[in-house]
Design a protein around this ligand. Structure first.
Ligand code: KIV
Ligand code: ZN
Length: 522
């Protein structure tokens, strides 16, 4: 058996099914580009039957991304499978991923099908898919709670009908590591034609065991892991890509397997996914949390200075965190700034550099040390301002314990300068109401989140908002040393996404949309 484990990333499909994590086509494409740089083997780009938007995103990814297999998800229905095929067929290496539930509870209550009927559907759906595409993945949804003897029959049939990958999901994150490993071992030993397919696993994290279960499955013969960046996914999420990959790398002495992942792109991919979805990464999250490589206590710091391996089992550089001795401040010149951008992985054009450098100077005037995180936020913010039509030009606030909270804003909306003042229940409320008046609609604020980017009290605040408009959610993110300005900019970022969405959906008028939420009962 090969000791190469394939990495199947489902951030854009299962990850997007996290409540509030929906992404637009451009955002999905930018994540797919980084997944390609990360060298994942397979990108599950979406669930094409779910909506026209999903279909278009999968198709755009299939057209552009050449170095990864591109998979589209489909239920055991011809319409789903055909739609998935149409979305992925232009990929260099397309895959159809079709599934049906096999656990007693799912078959009885959700599907209302007997075991024999499910077997019939497996044969029909897999052979239909195989006639379209040579690369077929079949999943037994809720495999972790399915009868093992029934699983053997389903898997054997799926393989004889044309499946090339058999995925065994622990859909509800219920199994324990040794128990899940046993399932894989039994499948490997008891399904007669199992050597004609790759065994894959797809573990959810409801008991916090998704990574442990996936690794135990690998020890027992699985050679594909389905996972997501930052562990995004339904409910408690999926196995985190960065954790399974780094565990296999750091403990290759025991696990004796490897992946082809370019681990040095992990950190920036994690940041991009967090920034696009608005889901912050908890500071103590393994591998990608802000504290994952921070040594706070004196004893630890002393040990690390003497020999870094006393408290570090992997280097920050191995996940792409570049330590640089270049600390920027107000006296830093454009050359040093450009050098820093290069180290951080930004290739910024000449027109752009002047704008970002001017912003850096303004920030450095207010803040003694400018950290890498500050610069990343500056670049992201500049980009945000360039591609959107609603822009913040000026903001002032009158606020206090016993006074009214009044905001005054100057905005550029569709090229016209708008000045507006208004009050609210607090400064943020006052600012948001003013912006809503200017654009002429008032989305519901579903989430407001603020984090300090760096530790000091002069740190920039990073604000994420989630707005609901016409039953869809839009995330905005921005940062500034003034948290009210960061709030205004993040709200404007989300408003711009709504405006863009409206523009795009007017272009697609007449297309019927099945919302993803409706698809969740699958
Ligand atoms: O969790 C699950 O069972 C799934 C399948 C569709 C693979 O996401
Ligand atoms: Zn799942």
């Amino acid at each position: 058996m090969s000791n190469r484990v394939l990495i199947f990333d489902t951030t854009l499909r299962d990850g997007e099914q996290s409540p509030g994590a929906s992404m637009n086509q451009e955002e999905k494409l930018s994540i797919a580009r980084l997944l390609q740089e990360l060298k994942v083997d397979i990108i599950e780009a979406g669930f094409p039957i779910a909506s026209k938007g999903d279909f278009n995103s999968v198709q755009a990814i299939a057209r552009e991304i050449k170095d990864c297999q591109i998979a589209g998800l489909a239920r055991a229905k011809h319409e789903d499978i055909e739609t998935a095929w149409n979305a992925v067929k232009e990929a260099k290496n397309p895959r159809i991923h079709t599934f049906i539930a096999t656990s007693p509870i799912h078959m009885q209550y959700k599907l209302k099908l007997t075991e024999d009927q499910v077997l019939e559907k497996i044969k029909d759906s897999v052979s239909f898919a195989r006639n379209l595409c040579p690369n077929i993945e079949w999943s037994c949804e809720d495999g972790g709670r399915s009868s093992i003897d029934f699983l053997y029959r389903c898997i054997e049939l799926a393989i004889s009908s044309g499946a090339t990958t058999i995925n065994i999901p622990d859909t509800v994150g219920y199994t324990l590591p040794y128990e899940f490993g046993e399932i894989i071992k039994k499948v490997k030993n008891n399904v007669p034609n199992i050597d004609n397919a790759i065994i894959s696993v797809h573990c959810h994290n409801d008991l916090g065991l998704a990574v442990a279960n996936s690794l135990n499955a690998v020890e027992n013969g699985a050679r594909q892991i389905e996972c997501t960046i930052n562990g995004l996914g339904e409910r408690a999420g999926n196995a985190a890509l960065e954790e399974v990959v780094m565990a296999m790398k750091v403990r290759s002495d025991l696990l004796k397997v490897h992946t082809e992942i370019n681990t040095e792109s992990i950190s920036k991919t994690s940041k991009l996914v967090s920034s696009i979805t608005g889901f912050p990464v908890q500071p103590n999250k393994a591998i990608v949390g802000a504290n994952a490589f921070a040594h706070e206590s004196g004893i630890h710091q002393d040990g690390v200075l003497k020999n870094v391996e006393t408290y570090e089992i992997m280097s920050p550089e191995s996940i792409g965190l570049k330590k640089s001795s270049l600390v920027l401040g107000k006296h830093s010149g454009k050359h040093a700034f450009k050098e820093k951008l290069k180290i951080l992985g930004y290739d910024v054009g000449d027109n752009y550099i002047n704008e970002i450098f001017a912003k850096f100077k303004m920030l450095a005037d207010k803040k003694k040390d400018v950290y890498d995180e500050d610069i990343i936020a500056l670049v992201d913010d500049t980009h945000i301002n360039q591609i959107n039509t609603l822009k913040l030009l000026n903001l002032s606030i009158m606020s206090g314990t016993n006074s009214k909270h009044v905001a005054s804003l100057e905005l550029d909306f569709k090229g016209e300068i708008k000045e507006i003042s208004g009050s609210g229940n607090g400064p943020v409320d006052a600012v948001f109401s003013c912006i809503a008046k200017v654009v002429g609609f008032s989305p519901k604020l579903k989430l407001y989140n603020i984090n300090a980017i760096t530790p000091d009290s002069d740190a920039q605040g990073e604000v994420a908002v989630k707005l609901e408009y016409l039953n869809k959610e839009f995330i905005g993110k921005a940062s500034d040393i003034d948290i009210i300005v960061a709030s205004a900019k993040s709200y404007i970022n989300a408003i711009n996404k709504i405006i863009n969405f409206e523009k795009n959906s007017n272009m697609q008028e007449g297309v019927s949309e099945i919302s993803l939420t409706n698809m969740k009962g699958i």
